[in-house]
Design a binder for this molecule. Structure first.
Ligand code: FAD
Length: 383
């Protein structure tokens, strides 16, 4: 068994959007950072599947207001985050300030959209009610069956694959190390304090702090003391990637409808998502999944059938029991978490990195709703 070992100030387990952003921000602070991923390329986990909507207003639920506030803080940071990242990486991130339409197809959906409007207005959020004719003037490809729409001008989108590629470059440009093709077996501890991570090849990386950002697989690491584990379970999502041979323009805003959404990339490519399935770690794609996605979109946007299918894939949203992420230090000294981002990991990337790196530096406080310690005593889900 190899006996190689190396050392860093911080080891980040997982090079998805979240782990890479944490690594980049930590390296910018002058910390010696190693980000480790078992994939041969960065960003091959759930982040490579995500649609990339940055949509805290569209996704507001009356039962999840702290999460909405975290999302609003994160979306506010996006323009500067992207500008800095583009400069640091020399790479485009596919950030598109396109706005979003929520659309209703029938009377029931229109009534439900009217309630959504009231909730958002009561929270002071920027939402505009559009008659079907007004919405069709903005997006002429919408079907005449459209009943009502809400325009959310501040909910945008980014291309998560471009985002992770840019983050990986920025990380190394800032002096961080990106170690790929290396599976982390578990966390090493001594006297109940973290001392680094052990790799599947028998080597280890010692570090004063370890940040777990392993997405839906975060509960599978060995060595995490029982009371510190975070229960994460996967929620499968199937998603289609398509392009318009005629070029861009069929749809210019994100379109959200009951059961799905269509996200334009601005260059004639589109992402049509997504199913929500409880099927463990299964990532097979099915005809039924593709059918559901296309049927939902077709009712509002008949020209979706003219698009060329490039890819049908499935990813695993990393969910916690309360659907909110676990961010920052847990109960084991030196062990930090950036996990459980469920449907919002791309949106929450800038804010998560800021909170985790702030905590590593002993600054700032994590809101109680997102503190990893809230799961003390909850059994972890085996991955
Ligand atoms: C269909 C779908 C659509 C989505 N759409 C959106 C959206 O529009 N907007 C949004 O904000 N969010 C969206 N999400 C959610 C978002 O994708 C996730 O919340 C986010 O990608 C989580 O990022 P992450 O970095 O935590 O995890 P991941 O991207 O999964 O990264 C974790 C990394 O850890 C690595 N890893 C795991 N275990 C180990 C180990 N033991 N050793 C080494 N490496 C390891 C993996 O290889 C992986 O690269 C969507 C998700 C799905 C499935």
């Amino acid at each position: 068994m190899p006996n190689r070992s190396s050392s860093s100030d911080v080891v980040v387990v997982g090079a998805g959007a979240v782990g890479l952003a944490v690594g980049w921000r930590a390296a910018q602070r002058g910390l010696r950072v190693t980000v480790i991923d078992r994939g041969q390329r960065p960003g091959t986990g759930t982040s490579s599947v995500a649609a990339g909507m940055l949509a805290p207003i569209s996704e507001t639920l009356a039962t999840e207001l702290p999460l909405m506030r975290l999302g609003l803080e994160s979306v506010k940071r996006y323009p500067e985050f992207v500008a800095e990242l583009t400069e640091a990486s020399g790479t485009d991130t596919g950030y598109l300030r396109c706005g979003t339409l929520l659309a209703a197809r029938d009377g029931d959906e229109a009534a439900s959209l009217a309630r959504e409007l009231e909730l958002r207005r009561s929270l002071g959020l920027n939402v505009r009610r559009l008659l079907a004719s007004e919405a069709r003037r903005l997006e002429p490809a919408l079907a005449p069956t459209l009943r009502l729409a809400l325009e959310i001008a501040d909910d945008h989108a980014i291309d998560p694959r471009k985002l992770t590629a840019a983050l990986a470059r920025a990380l190394t440009a800032a002096g961080g190390e990106l170690r790929l093709g290396a599976a982390v077996r578990g966390v090493n501890t001594e006297h109940d304090r973290v001392t680094g991570v052990g790799l599947a090849d028998g080597s280890s990386v010692s570090a004063g702090d370890v940040v777990v950002a392993a997405g839906p697989w975060s509960s599978a690491l060995d060595g995490v003391p029982a009371g510190s584990r975070i229960p994460i379970h996967p929620i499968k999502g199937q998603i289609l990637r398509l392009h318009d041979p005629a070029g861009p323009g069929m749809l210019t805003r994100v379109l959200r409808m009951t059961g799905g959404y269509l996200v334009p990339r601005g260059d004639g490519r589109y992402v049509l998502g997504a199913t929500m399935e409880e099927r463990g770690f299964d990532t097979t794609v099915t005809a039924g999944g593709a059918y559901d996605l296309l049927r939902n979109a077709f009712e509002l946007l008949p020209s979706v059938t003219e698009l060329v299918i490039d890819e049908l894939s499935a990813g695993l949203r990393p969910a916690t029991p309360d659907n909110a992420p676990a961010i920052g230090p847990g109960s084991t000294p030196g062990l930090h978490w950036a996990v459980g981002h469920y449907r919002h990991g791309i949106l929450l990337t800038p804010m998560t990195a800021e909170l985790v790196v702030g905590a590593l530096a002993g600054e700032g406080a994590i809101p109680d709703e997102f503190a990893p310690t809230r799961f003390a005593g909850v059994p972890a889900v085996a991955a």
